[in-house]
Write a protein that binds this ligand. Structure first.
Ligand SMILES: [Zn+2]
Ligand SMILES: [Zn+2]
Length: 254
């Protein structure tokens, strides 16, 4: 399975309009973070987790010419806003895109993209097939995917485990029950917003503490704000098993 980070930022992680900070002005590409999303290419399927506002450009930039499914973590705009841009895949590949989401997230998609769900279909409308995610493992092609609930302040958000790879974003608290589902992962991705405290996101220190508890061989941080600081500076402060992800970073995992 091949993993590629399509985006590792937040809405304050992309170069912020008018911001003069060192991260937003940086010429080191690793500091130019689009909204958080990851591409998972299994033996038989091309899957994206979340389609934020940068989805279209991210897919062009990463030259992703196929798409089978989008799995959603939660309904916040930085994770769903790009759904409309599946149209070219419908058109070119002549297929529906499978959408995996909880009932709550599906309700939000129905509100925010009501035209997709209308009875009268007009040409060019995004074409999707909804699949309901509960807490049971599910299959996409031959791959088993295990949902893992984490809390984003008061909002339950789903992380997902694919074999040795676990992807979690927008966590602030993670129960012991969810930790057990993560343990044994060789590669963990977890969110680390900034050093300052935040009501609904792990800080850098909280993410480091969680990475150590989960015990993955390698942990990558994602969903980083420009407030976190420069990639090269922060990575020096981290233990060797923890790294900052960056847009375009790619690796293979079982
Ligand atoms: Zn969120
Ligand atoms: Zn987010």
């Amino acid at each position: 399975m091949k993993i590629t980070f399509l985006g590792t930022g937040t809405s304050q992680g992309i170069p912020v309009i008018g911001c003069g900070c060192a991260v937003c002005q940086s010429t080191d590409k690793r500091n130019n973070r689009l909204r958080v999303s990851v591409l998972v290419e299994t033996e038989d399927k091309t899957i994206v987790i979340d389609s934020g506002p940068d989805f279209r450009y991210q897919m062009i930039r990463a030259k992703v010419n196929d798409l089978d499914a989008i799995i959603y973590t939660h309904e916040h705009k930085d994770h769903v806003a790009g759904l409309d841009d599946i149209r070219p895949y419908n058109y070119l590949l002549k297929k529906l895109i499978d959408i995996y989401a909880t009932i709550r997230v599906q309700d939000a998609l129905r509100r925010e993209f009501s035209y997709i769900f209308e009875d009268t279909k007009y040409f060019g409308l995004p074409q999707i097939k909804l699949h309901t995610v509960d807490m049971q493992p599910f299959l996409i092609g031959e791959t088993i995917i295990i949902p893992i609930e984490v809390m984003h302040h008061k909002l339950p958000v789903l992380g997902y485990r694919f074999g040795d790879f676990t992807y979690i974003t927008d966590a602030k608290t993670i129960s012991d029950e969810s930790l057990e589902k993560i343990k044994g992962s060789k590669i963990l991705v977890i969110n680390a917003l900034q050093k300052e405290g935040h009501i609904s996101h792990f800080t850098l220190d909280e993410a480091i503490a969680f990475a150590n508890k989960a015990g993955a061989e390698t942990t990558y941080f994602t969903h980083m704000s420009h407030n976190l600081g420069l990639h090269a500076d922060i990575e020096k402060e981290l233990p060797s098993h923890i790294k900052l992800a960056y847009d375009g970073l790619s690796f293979e995992v079982e």
